[in-house]
Design a protein around this ligand. Structure first.
Ligand SMILES: C[S@@+](CC[C@H](N)C(=O)[O-])C[C@H]1O[C@@H](n2cnc3c(N)ncnc32)[C@H](O)[C@@H]1O
Length: 260
């Protein structure tokens, strides 16, 4: 067990939560300010609605185990609310875990007037023999089969309790089995799946569904194995059928956006 996990296990949750919020405050505050300071394109996203959204994000993070930072989800929320309302498509989340990010995205989907389609095995990571190791921040990671396993009922309950279940559609199973039959247009896709093979599957099946003006986010761009995939000209050319796109911040940030 890493020192970070050992401290997490021994510290009472309210204290640990406070520590996380203070530690990330500079980045979270900037993202919250950006979301509040300019009215986005979505007509229902008034100042009061955006303020409530930020409050809901902090509440969800307190009650649900969320392996993401507030500023990541706030930046995603801002980008989704800024999509032109006439751009067709739902929001897709690949990698839901316990449904903390799902609940947040369902609230963003409501403000944007869109549906949310959620893909996860709900059995954790698939079998894989990928070489993992240190992220660009120096932390060690290894994603064995079954890590991040959480039952779908858990995610459903968290979305029903803290988000908007009425616009959330769950697709349970391995991406390679559930995504090929998915044919909706995708205005925004949020990929948070840790593995190269899973990222590859998501891009292969989701990229063609994104119309011009849509966006795909990866929250795994702090992993050198995902960075290598995103920098691989042959992958983009042979598997996606396009030249490698420009991805601002790739190699320097956990969170990147691929705009179409
Ligand atoms: C880091 S967790 C997602 C965290 C979540 N977005 C959050 O912030 O709360 C990664 C998720 O991806 C799922 N996953 C990874 N590869 C998958 C695959 N090939 N098929 C289905 N689910 C997969 C795992 O089950 C896990 O729930």
């Amino acid at each position: 067990m890493s020192l970070r996990n050992a401290i997490k296990k021994r510290t009472p949750w309210p204290l640990h939560y406070l520590y996380l919020k203070l530690y990330y405050f500079p980045k979270d505050a900037v993202a919250a300010w950006r979301l509040l300071s300019r009215r986005p394109a979505a007509p229902d996203a008034s100042f009061a609605a955006r303020l409530r959204l930020i409050g809901a994000f902090y509440r969800i993070s307190y009650f649900v185990d969320c392996p993401h930072t507030e500023h990541e989800l706030l930046s995603i929320a801002q980008a989704i609310l800024d999509l032109p309302p006439e751009l067709p498509g739902s929001i897709v989340e690949a990698g839901a875990f316990r449904g903390g990010s799902t609940a947040k995205l369902s609230l963003v989907a409501r403000l944007a007037g869109r549906e949310l389609d959620v893909f996860d095995s709900f059995e954790g990571m698939p079998e894989n023999d990928e070489e993992h190791g240190k992220s660009i921040y120096g932390r060690e990671h290894r994603f064995r089969r079954g890590s991040h396993a959480a039952p779908i009922e858990n995610a459903r309950m968290n979305v029903a309790r803290y988000g908007d279940i009425s616009r959330t559609h769950f697709h349970k199973g391995w991406f390679s089995e559930t995504m090929p039959g998915f044919k909706k247009q995708v205005a925004a896709a949020c990929i948070n799946v840790d593995l190269v093979q899973s990222t590859r599957d998501c891009l292969k099946y989701l990229y063609p569904l994104v119309p011009k003006g849509g966006v795909i986010f990866s929250q795994d761009a702090h992993f050198p194995w995902v960075i290598s995939l995103l920098r691989d000209d042959a992958f983009w050319r042979n598997e996606i059928g396009i030249p490698r796109p420009e991805i601002p911040g790739l190699g320097a940030s956990k969170f990147v956006a691929i705009r179409k």
